[in-house]
Design a protein around this ligand. Structure first.
Ligand code: RIB
Ligand code: CA
Length: 312
């Protein structure tokens, strides 16, 4: 049993990751969900986090609002991708569960301070603003985090929001730099992994065939997602980025990577937000992350469908 926090900017792929985490209460104890501005403004990401908890029949999960903007850069969202249509609003009704009043960063700090050393796993599915702010405000809490699993960055893949940068790191590169410099054991799920997790028609068909409310909602959310955008992959397929973090917690053998140094470009106007991954160990910089580049994509989709069906 892992005790986890989920820091997230739902976001359709975030929503699926949260559902997967809530589907396995015997394996993952979700201590709380902290929303961050990223895909959408904070008011929408926190509301969406509550909507997903209620969809999963878990209104007791505490949801907190964290930071409303990156540490230094202005907020740049992905509303054109994750914004919702009227049809989506029918999929996820307005939440009735309350938002917690404590700030999400203070929740992270207070809960980590009360935890044993190395006893908490943090899952970062959006920009790293909340986690960096917690580390700046209370650096001692880093030791309470046994593993930080991040969806973000790119190794051999190019960026998805600029040619050099992946969205989560690009939104808040300064936060990413602070987190990667923290000494916390980090596992990174970059675009190299998530671009192997495309929603191909056979995989979508399996999700559509799920005979439960949450399974049907996931299939409908993905269908809505695809209607609105032509994928960069030349089809209507999209990459399931954030669920890779939860799948790793449930079956790490699905993934493979290497212990390397990852540095963040925080200044160049051309490449800001780039994760500079020293894959060949030529920089002399110390190892600070395990970067995954391989995944058993069929095994991932089997794990996803086998567990989503356990939800209401
Ligand atoms: O680049 C993909 C990441 O950015 C995912 O976490 C997606 O939800 C967006 O936050
Ligand atoms: Ca996300």
């Amino acid at each position: 049993m892992r005790r986890i926090f989920i820091d997230t900017d739902p976001g359709i792929d975030d929503a699926i990751a949260i559902l997967l985490a809530l589907a396995v209460p015997a394996e993952l104890e979700v201590l709380g969900i902290v929303a961050v501005a990223g895909n959408l403004p904070l008011a929408q990401t926190e509301r969406n986090a509550r909507r997903v908890c209620e969809l999963a029949g878990r209104p007791e999960i505490p949801v907190y609002a964290g930071c409303a903007r990156p540490m230094l850069r202005p907020l740049a969202t992905a509303e054109h991708i994750h914004g919702e249509t009227d049809r989506d609003r029918l999929l996820l009704p307005e939440p009735t569960m309350a938002l917690q009043t404590l700030h999400g960063v203070d929740f992270l700090i207070e809960t980590l301070r009360a935890a044993q050393t190395g006893s908490i796993t943090v899952c970062a599915l959006g920009p790293l603003t909340n986690i960096a702010m917690a580390l700046v405000k209370a650096p001692e809490v880093a030791a309470r985090i046994g593993e930080l699993v991040i969806m973000g960055g790119a190794c051999f893949e190019l960026g998805n929001v600029t040619p050099a940068a992946e969205f989560n790191v690009h939104v808040d590169p300064h936060a990413a730099a602070i987190v990667l410099d923290s000494g916390i054991p980090i596992t990174m799920m970059p675009l190299d992994v998530t671009h192997q997790l495309l929603t191909t028609p056979p995989r979508l068909a399996v999700l559509r065939a799920l005979d439960n409310h949450c399974g049907r909602a996931v299939a409908a959310l993905l269908a809505s997602f695809e209607r609105r955008r032509r994928s960069k992959f030349g089809t209507r397929a999209t990459a399931l980025h954030d669920p890779s973090v939860i799948a790793y917690l449930l079956d790490p053998k699905l993934f493979d990577g290497r212990e390397v140094n990852v540095a963040i470009e925080t200044e160049s106007p051309l490449t800001i937000g780039m994760t500079v991954v020293d894959w060949w160990g030529v920089s002399g910089r110390p190892v600070n992350a395990r970067v995954m580049t391989k995944v058993d994509s069929e095994g991932f989709y089997s794990l996803l469908s086998e567990n989503l069906v356990r939800l209401p």
